[in-house]
Design a protein around this ligand. Sequence first.
Ligand code: FES
Ligand SMILES: [Fe+2]
Length: 356
Amino acid sequence: MLSSNYYSCEKIFNQEKKNIFFKYWIFAGFTFEFTKNKIVKKNILGMDLVFTFDGKSHHVFLNQCPHRFAELVAEEQCDRNLITCPYHGWSFKLNGVVNNIPFNQELYKLNSNNIGLHSIALNIVGKFMFINFAKRPIPLTKQFSTKIIDELISISNCIEESHTEVKQRYFNWKLIIDNLRDPLHPLFVHKKTLMQSVKSGLPGIPKWIPTFLLNIKSLSFGGLDVEIRKPDYAKLFKDPWNCSNRYFNLHLFPNVHIASADNGSTFVVEFFEPISANQTKINISYLLTKHNLRNYKLIQFLNRLTKSSNLVYEEDFSLLEKIQSKMNNNLIMMPSNGIYERMIERFHAVYRRILK
Ligand code: FES
Ligand SMILES: [Fe+2]
């Protein structure tokens, strides 16, 4: 298990940024956020980014002009077929190539073919978007198995829209990742909430896998889990994803969790974005499959869904914040408490290896 300084030391956090978050594919949103000529500004892992869709393809760029680094897009989102820099008026098409450099012939004499927006690697799996900040990104298939990619495509085929909430809490991102690999805690922490819809009892014991067989791909896993009761609102959804009355639980390395606790009617995608060693931004997207809900009925449903989910989140987050307050740099080892914690141990073993 990792010692407490891994959860509190800024030096280790910077190492994580370099060797994990700026090296591997990171979740960045959904394609259905974009209609033709839509430009969306996002800040992911402290990077100011511009996402565009020209009707054919999606692109991601640094939100900085290649000329003198002025901010290109100030609005959160807008509909435009060009990005124009406010500093000296250079304009760019939504695929990043130069559209026009005012007074180029008179004052600059630049070859605009050699200039363009700073592009960030983008990979689209179904409706899920992943970005990679590395100069030479690894193939996505080195990070996710075919099974995981197929699962994401299959979910994408059912989902139509998302509603996002953002929370910022005081705990290290790995505390929530560990927590999600701890199938025993719901019996205690979520006894009055999540566990009310779960039919079965104790979780199973994950099988032992020798450390040398573990790799990055093994850290993205999951699928159908414990048996659950169907919620009363399931009838509102016309074509849910087939969960066979089970809780769906998918973990994507490094920091995404996807779950469905209502037999595939809705999904939640949780993206745990590290802000510092002891702060995490939690981006929660509620994904809806095809439904009959219109106008205020949809708002009413979403209010109910987010309210019940927030009770569960609060149970976890308030507990994790208290654990975080005990984390310091005095190198006290967190003991392994038993074989059911093997999923956490696997995560820590590979994490240590790639952090070096
Ligand atoms: S900095 Fe953008 S045009 Fe000069
Ligand atoms: Fe929990």
